[in-house]
Design a protein. Structure first.
Length: 160
């Protein structure tokens, strides 16, 4: 992808809220996932405007094309959510760059573990997690939220 040299991975600003929220909801609908703006997708509605979370954006030519949200859930443990890319930018290495930035942000904050919940239907994302050293939990999780859990220990940091 020639455009990758123009890609920026950066921290979100409030102006990212509307385009990123729209992108996230469009992707959820693409995968036939019910959008829950007051439930599991509350973090997306607050994208870039809630100081208790870390919001990361992939930007190309000034347009947000990808997202990641980190929430500290306990001492040294962070939850990753909404690692999404607009459809036309998938399978180009951008997800790997976003995931690398996620790990770096947690490392800077002295975090030791990151976990996420996902669905088996997100096949591209699951392939990325597994190639990047994330471990799938043997048990399925109960709602709310997706049933599949992956975790990553920063003690076993792998260069993406």
């Amino acid at each position: 992808m020639k455009e990758i040299s123009k890609l920026k991975i950066r921290m979100a600003v409030p102006n990212d809220n509307k385009p990123i929220k729209s992108m996230i909801f469009k992707i959820l609908e693409e995968y036939n996932v019910k959008v829950e703006p007051k439930g599991d997708d509350l973090d997306a509605t607050e994208f870039g405007i809630n100081d208790s979370r870390i919001y990361i954006v992939a930007e190309l030519y000034g347009n947000p094309i990808g997202s990641a949200i980190l929430t500290e859930t306990s001492n040294e443990v962070y939850k990753l959510s909404k690692l999404f890319l607009a459809k036309e930018y998938r399978r180009k290495g951008i997800g790997r760059l976003l995931l690398k930035e996620v790990v770096e942000q947690v490392r800077k904050r002295k975090g030791r573990e990151i976990y996420l919940r996902t669905r088996d239907s997100y096949a591209e994302a699951i392939k990325l997690y597994e190639k990047s050293g994330w471990t799938r939990s043997a048990e399925l999780l109960n709602p709310p939220g997706p049933p599949v859990k992956y975790s990553y220990s920063l003690d076993s940091y792998k260069e993406y």
